[in-house]
Design a protein around this ligand. Structure first.
Ligand code: PLP
Length: 415
């Protein structure tokens, strides 16, 4: 039991995650890669299996009981998603495959309608490739220019020249809520307001935001906010595109086909209202229903408690890593309050891949690589980092196992 009602009961949470009983290379698993994808509680796994066992039928199409039940469950998950992020209406929630698809949808549907020669899109140097590449592609197509907000040595956005970066040429500002490498929690509202003051739209990549902190669309005022189910205890194959209704109304559809149309004629077609206008073809309804169970699970835990837990474990991890002494570089803001549960690090004379490999022998699962953030790697002047990341099921004991395994790696590599 936790010491305080404001704390997560991590012991009981761990009991919900079957995978945490696995043994890897002779050691109990320590899973420290939730930034890449989270593990799933039995409530989500069971919802998915039960749906296929009892309620599977295509949505929106059938006038029969099973299809009506399936449609109600699918649309019910949309309602849950809307209330989880405090959207004004469930019609502002479009289901996609993942964050990447949501950003591509925006780049193409919004970009083709709104970007012209000489216009600018502003992103940041700490973006995941998913929030860079679609903009490179649409800017090249439309003759627009992609610009970058720099990053300070401490791992914050460098907003010193923001008023010269956001100008009347800027049509969109797209930035991450929380960095998947540095953990930095960005000043979202400040950037949203600056974008709006210049007449630009604000797009927030919430892939590392929505799973870890309470988000409120009406308070944030972002025009679009995107995230992935698989990073927040839900199944793979489900992404969310939140958009303000007026913008979704204005924006042309991205993909065409069944489900998104009102009428198809030989000389053209008309489309449905949002959100269905953006959901061409059979949606991934079974996984969406299970995503609804993930939202229920997180809601039950309480996102403020989730955030507090991550601050505490990150604080502990940063202190333990610092105690390893010289030769250990920690990337990102020094204060755990300024960051999510992500710790990227380097150990002098051991390649990040070798760190991850030797930790694996101890059952400790961390990621090493460029984390789909090559411009940021160049800014940090490193080819790759090792990265440990935490979620609701991680404990200080997991951090201790990480530290012990790092000490062993140090000995192995003669440090
Ligand atoms: N944006 C950020 C900040 C991420 O961390 C990730 C995944 O790690 C993505 C976007 C892409 O998410 P997905 O692979 O689910 O599309």
């Amino acid at each position: 039991m936790p010491d305080h009602p404001s704390q997560l009961d991590v012991e009981s949470i761990r009991g919900d995650f079957p995978i945490l009983s696995r043994v890897i290379n002779g050691n109990p698993i320590v899973y420290l890669d939730s930034t890449a994808t989270s593990q799933k509680p039995k409530q989500v796994i069971d919802t998915l299996a039960d749906f296929y066992r009892t309620s599977n039928a295509n949505v929106h199409r059938g006038i029969y009981t099973l299809s009506e039940e399936s449609t109600a469950a699918y649309e019910g998950a949309r309602e849950k998603t809307a209330s989880f992020i405090n959207a004004a209406s469930s019609s502002e929630i479009v289901f996609t495959r993942n964050t990447t698809e949501s950003l591509n949808l925006l780049a193409y549907a919004w970009g083709r309608a709104n970007l012209n020669e000489g216009d600018e899109v502003l992103v940041t140097l700490m973006e995941h490739h998913s929030n860079i590449v679609p903009w490179h592609m649409i800017c090249a197509e439309r003759g627009a220019v992609l610009r970058f907000i720099p990053v300070t040595d401490e791992g914050f956005l460098d907003l010193t020249d923001i008023d010269t970066l956001i100008t009347e040429r800027t049509k969109g500002v797209s930035f991450t809520h929380i960095s998947n490498v540095l953990g930095t929690v960005n000043p979202v509202r400040e950037l949203v307001d600056k974008a709006h003051a210049a007449g630009a739209i604000a797009i927030v990549d919430g892939a590392q935001g929505a799973p870890h902190v309470a988000v409120d669309m009406r308070d944030m005022d972002a025009d679009f906010y995107v995230f992935s189910s698989h990073k927040m205890l839900g199944p793979t194959g489900v992404g969310v595109l939140y958009g303000k209704r007026a913008l979704l109304d204005e924006m042309p559809p991205f993909l065409g086909g069944g489900e998104m149309i009102m009428e198809v004629r030989e000389d053209g077609f008309t489309w449905k209202d949002p959100p269905w206008k953006f959901e061409a073809g059979t949606p991934n309804f079974a996984d969406v229903v299970a995503f609804g169970a993930a939202i229920d699970y997180l809601t039950e835990l309480g996102m403020d408690r989730v955030r507090q837990h991550e601050i505490e474990i990150t604080d502990y991890a940063l202190r333990q890593m610092r105690s390893l002494g010289e030769g250990v570089t920690l990337h990102g803001p020094p204060n755990p309050e300024d960051r999510g549960g992500v710790v990227s690090f380097a150990i002098e004379s051991i390649h990040p891949h070798d760190i991850a490999q030797t930790l694996d022998w101890e059952g400790v699962q961390i990621r090493a690589g460029h984390h789909c953030a090559q411009p940021l790697m160049r800014r940090l002047n490193v080819p790759a980092t090792a990265r440990a990341s935490f979620y609701v099921y991680n404990t200080n004991e997991d951090v201790d196992r990480l530290i012990d395994a790092l000490k062993k790696a140090g000995e192995l590599f003669g440090r």
